[in-house]
Design a protein. Structure first.
Length: 399
C-alpha cells in the first residue's frame, strides 16, 4: 500500500509538471562572458542589485572585474558575503534585510551552490515578505515572481543556475531541506569557464561528481521526459570525458567549459525529473555535520546504486553504453556493475574517500527519518526504500 501511495503521488506530480511555468535561463556562455553581464543588467533598468556570495570568493578577488563593470554602467551594488556552506535561514534573512534596506531591484548569485541557494532564498522572501523560509519548505509554496535573478556559477557541479530548488539549513535543528518552486529558476546564467580555472582539485572532484549524481539520479528515476533523458545522457558523457582532466589539469579551458555544460544540463534534468535517495541522505549529512554536498553525493552514489539492485540494471546498462563501458555480449546486469565500478574508480583516482567520517550512531535514527521524509513520496526513485533499507545504507557509508 505504501509503495502504491508513493507511486500515485509521483505520477500526479509528473502530470502536473507538464503544466508548470518552466523557464530556461537566458545564457551568457564562453570565455569572458561575465564581462557582458553588467551591460545586460543595465538594459533591464536595474539601478541597484544585491550580490550574494561568500568570503572565499571576495578574498581572492574573483568578482573584482565584475564589480568594476557594474560601476562603469552606473549600477549600485551591495555585497553579502557571509554565506556559509549549506546556507542557513540566518544567512538568507541577513541578506534579505540588506536587499530591503538598500532598495535593491535584482539579485546576483556569485559562487557555488551555497550562494545560489542563499540568493534564491532572498528572492523567495522578496516575493513573499510575510512568509518565513520554513513556511516555504517543500513544493510550490512561493508561487509568485521573484526579482530578476542572475546566477554566476564558479564551480561545475550543483547546476543550481538551472534549477527550481534552494536548499536551506536550520542551524538550530540541523535540518536541511529544499524550497522548490519554478519561480526560483534563475532568469539569467553566466557560464564562464575562466571562473572555474582556479578551483582546487578536491573541489573540482566533489562538484564534478555532484553533477554526475544529478544526471544519474534523474536518468534512473521514473519521471523522465525525452528532454531530461537527453540532458542526463549528455551530462554523464561530458563528465566521464572531462572531469578527470579538470582534476589533473585545472587550466584546460576546454575541459572546464565541458564540465560547466555538464553541470548545467544535469541541473536542467533533475529540476524536472527529480533526484533520489543519494540526495536525501546527503542532505542529512550536510545538516548534521556540514559535510559539503558534492562530497557527500560522491561518496554515497555507488552505495545507493548497488543497493537498488535489479531495478537499475537497465538504465545503468544504457549509461554504460553511453560512456563506452559495455560490449554487445554483456548482460544488462554486467553493464550496470561496470558503470558503478567506473564511478568508484573515478572517485578513487580523485582521492574522494570511500566512507563518511564523523557519523554518530545516535544521530542515525533521526537522519533516517528525515531522509525518508524528504524522499518519500516525492522522489520517483527506481525502487521505494523503507526505514530498514536506509539504516543499512547509513551504516554502509559510515567510517
Amino acid at each position: 500500500m505504501y509503495e502504491l501511495y508513493c507511486r500515485t503521488y509521483q505520477g500526479t506530480m509528473k502530470m502536473a509538471s507538464y503544466v508548470l511555468p518552466w523557464r530556461e535561463p537566458v545564457l551568457l556562455q564562453g570565455e569572458n562572458s561575465l564581462a557582458k553581464l553588467p551591460k545586460l543588467i543595465k538594459t533591464k533598468n536595474l539601478e541597484s542589485v544585491l550580490i550574494v556570495t561568500d568570503q572565499g570568493i571576495t578574498s581572492i578577488g574573483l568578482m573584482d572585474d565584475f564589480l568594476e563593470g557594474l560601476k562603469a554602467e552606473g549600477i549600485k551594488f551591495f555585497v553579502y558575503d557571509k554565506t556559509v556552506p549549506n546556507p542557513t535561514i540566518d544567512n538568507i534573512e541577513e541578506a534579505y534585510q540588506m536587499y530591503k534596506a538598500n532598495q535593491c531591484q535584482g539579485i546576483v548569485a556569485f559562487g557555488g551552490g551555497s550562494p545560489m541557494d542563499c540568493a534564491k532564498g532572498v528572492g523567495a522572501r522578496a516575493a513573499k515578505p510575510n512568509k518565513s523560509i520554513p513556511k516555504m519548505k517543500g513544493v510550490l509554496k512561493v508561487l509568485k515572481s521573484i526579482p530578476p535573478l542572475f546566477a554566476i556559477p564558479t564551480t561545475a557541479g550543483t547546476g543550481s543556475e538551472a534549477t527550481l530548488a534552494a536548499v536551506v539549513s536550520n542551524s538550530q535543528t540541523h535540518e536541511k531541506y529544499a524550497i522548490m518552486d519554478t519561480s526560483l529558476i534563475p532568469h539569467y546564467a553566466v557560464l564562464d569557464p575562466l571562473l572555474t580555472i582556479g578551483l582546487p582539485p578536491h573541489i573540482t572532484a566533489a562538484t564534478g561528481i555532484d553533477a554526475l549524481t544529478h544526471a544519474v539520479e534523474a536518468y534512473i528515476g521514473k519521471s523522465n521526459t525525452k528532454s531530461t533523458t537527453r540532458w542526463s545522457i549528455e551530462a554523464v558523457k561530458l563528465t566521464f570525458d572531462n572531469l578527470y582532466e579538470c582534476y589533473e589539469n585545472g587550466t584546460n579551458v576546454t575541459a572546464r567549459t565541458n564540465m560547466q555544460r555538464a553541470a548545467y544540463l544535469a541541473g536542467m534534468a533533475f529540476t524536472r525529473a527529480y533526484v533520489g535517495y543519494v540526495h536525501a541522505i546527503a542532505h542529512t549529512l550536510g545538516g548534521f555535520y556540514s559535510v559539503p554536498h558534492g562530497l557527500a553525493n560522491a561518496i554515497i552514489l555507488p552505495y545507493v546504486l548497488e543497493y537498488y539492485g535489479e531495478s537499475v540494471h537497465k538504465p545503468l546498462a544504457e549509461l554504460a553504453d553511453v560512456v563506452g563501458l559495455g560490449v554487445p555480449s554483456y548482460t544488462e546486469e554486467l553493464k550496470a556493475k561496470k558503470f558503478i565500478k567506473a564511478v568508484k574508480q573515478l572517485n578513487k583516482k580523485m582521492n574522494i574517500p570511500e566512507k563518511v567520517s564523523g557519523i554518530v550512531d545516535s544521530d542515525i535514527p533521526l537522519m533516517v527519518e528525515r531522509a525518508l521524509k524528504e524522499a518519500n513520496p516525492l522522489y520517483p526513485v527506481p525502487k521505494i526504500l523503507c526505514k530498514d533499507d536506509l539504516l543499512k545504507l547509513y551504516h554502509m557509508i559510515k567510517e
